[in-house]
Design a binder for this molecule. Structure first.
Ligand code: GBH
Length: 499
């Protein structure tokens, strides 16, 4: 072998190895699904037209404009009720595999009950689904994204255990009417955040009941989720052959002092495990640490019993295993530290863990959202380890800014988080099936109104047409979807630290 041909051979080996290596870590696995998401109240508008009933978010924003950053509401939002075809064209342009959207309970059942089925609402979602399918996009339905009927809330909402029946009856209507063309459902989006609306007076329905209300809310949500799952299982699965999961928000956690792994474990259980353990663990029920902490501390605070409600063995069994996949929402991480209990003071909801932010983490326009890509890899690993490698569908991940279509910070965020997710797949062997960028559109960001923006597409909320303009990030995501790869040649500048 001449030295020249040896060199050439050596180079081609190096090239191949580099190529394979890059290919392995920056490409999505075969069959991996890429999509984007929205929710009904945040985009639809048409809040009271053609028979739609009032939801808790309608009432909340109308009664409390002062609690919304820009005093706005979702009355018109992105007007997707009228402009859904335009939305689908944007999705088609990106060639997403699926579109995750939520169904508005009160658009379909104006009274909350199935005594009246609003045909206009059914038609709206049927049209949207047909439009998606005609453009090769899989519809992915969230049954409930925070906007339950105001009327049912007046009767207690998530603090009333009858809510389990009420939402099940609604779910049955959705499965029956929309299920024949839909393969993917999630039941309830971010239960812990829904229950914040029971615990506090900052977001709908603002019941301000503190931790006891929050624990009760979660108890009923877990039962409701399981009941919906079993309804699908017994009444629809055979004909419809779809999958049903739940969407849980699991932030990352890093110890403030290096050895405090107890704080990391505890906060994972208190935030993510609170919802996930009853459904995905082998034993079912709430995590032991939650049961123990809340029981001990309820006693110390003079309550006759633990503030955490208990499931009967029958309910434990019924809830356990009630999901075909783990829907994960992940945006950011916290620094955590174990702190001692101080008598008479609220002790971090009895978790015993104080959460703060590392000031060096790059900022976004949302004060709670710092850029910490490793957090995604961490929670995917924790979920995989704790619950025996369930299929994980990343159902939301996204970045907040306040403006512009030149959103290089968003590209940088999305790429770095996708890269962390691919490391969890290739290096750690986790079973991740999909990735969802939140959100297709700038939309009504709850208490942050229209000020904080998550869209791949800009929406002009001052224009009655709600004009949509693709941002750089939409074009970037389109390339990612086409190439099935987060190539470094599409690497954007580093995250711009928003002051
Ligand atoms: C998702 O929730 C929602 O599903 C979606 O509707 C929303 O538009 C999107 O995120 C963007 O916000 O971190 O302890 O300071 C994320 C909801 C928002 C819940 C921030 C926790 C702050 C609590 N999260 N919130 S903390």
């Amino acid at each position: 072998m001449t030295s020249y041909s040896f060199l050439r051979a050596a180079f081609s080996v190096i090239f191949a190895v580099t190529y394979v290596f890059a290919n392995d870590t920056l490409s999505f696995p075969q069959g991996f699904l890429l999509g984007t998401a929205t929710s009904a109240y945040q985009i639809e508008g048409g809040w009271n037209i053609n028979g739609k009933g009032e939801s808790v978010w309608d009432r909340w924003t109308h009664d409390n404009p002062n609690l919304i950053l820009d005093h706005s509401n979702g009355d018109v939002a992105c007007d997707s009720y009228h402009k859904y075809k335009e939305d689908v064209q944007l999705l088609k342009d990106m060639e997403v595999d699926f579109y995750r959207f939520s169904v508005s309970w009160t658009r379909i059942l104006p009274t909350g009950y199935p005594n009246v089925i609003n045909q206009d609402g059914i038609n709206y979602y049927k049209n949207l689904i047909n439009e998606l399918l005609a453009n090769n996009i899989e519809p992915f339905i969230t049954l409930y994204h925070w906007d339950h009927p105001e009327y049912l809330d007046k009767m207690g909402g998530w603090t009333n255990s009858l809510m389990v029946e009420w939402i099940s009856n609604y779910a049955r209507v959705v499965f029956k009417e929309l299920g024949p063309k839909v393969k993917y459902f999630t039941t309830i989006n971010e239960p812990a955040d829904v229950c914040q609306g029971v615990a506090t007076d900052k977001v709908a329905p603002g019941k301000n009941l503190g931790s006891p209300g929050k624990y009760l809310c979660m108890h009923n949500i877990l039962k409701a989720h399981a009941k919906i799952y079993h309804i699908y299982q017994t009444e629809f699965r055979k004909q419809q052959k779809g999958q049903v999961g739940i969407v849980i928000s699991c932030p990352g956690a890093f110890p403030k002092t290096p050895n405090d792994t107890a704080a990391v474990d505890a906060i994972f259980q208190f935030v993510c495990g609170w919802v996930a353990h009853p459904i995905f663990s082998k034993t079912g029920d709430y995590p032991e640490i939650i049961k123990a902490h809340i029981a001990d501390n309820s006693k110390l605070d003079g309550y006759p019993a633990s503030l955490l409600p208990t499931f009967s063995p029958k309910w434990v069994q019924y809830i356990k295993g009630s999901a075909d996949f783990f829907g994960l929402n992940h945006y950011t991480s916290k620094l955590v530290e174990t702190v001692p209990r101080v008598e008479g003071e609220r002790w971090y909801d009895y978790s015993g863990v104080k959460q703060t932010i590392d000031p060096s983490w790059p900022k976004s326009a949302a004060d709670w959202l710092r850029v910490v890509p490793d957090g995604l890899r961490q929670v995917i690993n924790l979920i995989s380890k704790q619950y025996d490698r369930p299929p994980i569908f990343v159902m939301e991940n996204g970045f907040a800014d306040e403006c512009c279509t030149s959103d290089s910070s968003r590209i940088s965020y999305l790429r770095s988080y996708m890269k962390a997710m691919l490391s969890a797949i290739y290096e750690d062997g986790c079973n991740v099936k999909s990735y969802t960028a939140w959100s297709l559109l700038d939309n009504f960001e709850w208490a942050d109104g229209y000020k904080v923006r998550f869209g791949l597409v800009n929406v002009d909320f001052t224009n009655p047409n709600r004009t949509r303009t693709p941002k750089l990030s939409m074009n970037w995501y389109k390339t990612v979807i086409k190439t099935r790869r987060i190539d470094s040649i599409f690497e954007s500048p580093d995250v711009v630290n928003i002051p």
